[in-house]
Design a protein around this ligand. Structure first.
Ligand code: URA
Length: 245
């Protein structure tokens, strides 16, 4: 997916070639600008084609996400943005789809029932929640828990790419079809995407896909397959950590 690749390159600070007659990018990336050091920050939308300028630190990125007004509907209906949570030195990054009602209320990803199952899944492979970083494709809750719209995904992805660039995880675990299809720029079904190790970005980060915990709550028999995915992720990480990748 071009927007993701572009967002990722921008977040890594890698120049990219844009043809002079290129159509405007879908993403209208919000920027926080201050007129003077004393002025209160104001948020504006960058003109089309303005590349996302990545933040060099977590605090600034968090503030930009909190001030984002790029999606008119989402910033009107959200209670707050949901930046992500966890250890900013984590070697594991977990990526979900978008905040739900409880996450929107608490400002933290995966705190509802699905979150409790995610915590249990992580613990099953020896990972307390505090040891990983958890983020979503979208930082705002889509009203009524509808699927994210493509333009919302395009606008929000630079924030995730920036998070990835700051975190530099050793492995990414993706939960659910929508996050998986977004990150791999594919519409292949989840059944075809799970069970193998993909590669994300440059330098390549191994990426393993499994079922979304909310789906597993509805479909307990598939927990067995999710367990296989978690073991695959764990084995992949162990190989990297011991230098046998
Ligand atoms: N589902 C997600 O994908 N992310 C959350 O944060 C909560 C539920």
């Amino acid at each position: 997916m071009r927007p993701l690749r572009n967002a990722y390159l921008d977040a890594l600070g890698i120049d990219r070639w844009v043809p002079r007659d290129a159509p405007p990018e879908i993403a209208s990336i919000p920027e926080t600008v201050a007129a003077s050091p004393m002025a209160a920050p104001v948020t504006r939308s960058a003109p089309a084609n303005t590349p996302f300028v990545p933040s060099a630190d977590w605090g600034t990125l968090r503030e930009r996400v909190a001030a984002c007004t790029a999606c008119a509907e989402l910033c009107r209906t959200r209670t707050q943005t949901v930046f992500g949570v966890g250890n900013t030195n984590a070697e594991w990054l977990i990526i979900g789809e978008a905040p739900g009602a409880e996450e929107d209320r608490q400002g933290e990803p995966f705190v509802g029932r699905a979150g409790q199952l995610l915590n249990a899944m992580l613990l099953a492979v020896g990972l307390p929640r505090e040891q990983v970083f958890i983020a979503n494709i979208l930082k705002c809750r889509p009203p009524g828990n509808r699927d994210p719209k493509p333009d919302e995904v395009s606008r929000c992805l630079p924030f995730l790419a920036n998070q990835i660039a700051l975190l530099k995880p050793k492995i990414i675990l993706v939960v659910g079809r929508i996050a998986a299809q977004t990150l791999l720029a594919t519409d292949a079904p989840l059944a075809r995407l799970r069970g193998k190790v993909h590669s994300f970005g440059e330098p390549a980060i191994p990426l393993v896909i499994t079922y979304h915990p909310a789906y597993l709550l509805r479909t307990p028999p598939d927990k067995r397959k999710a367990w296989e995915d978690l073991k695959l992720a764990r084995a992949t990480y162990s190989r990297i950590a011991t230098g046998n990748a």
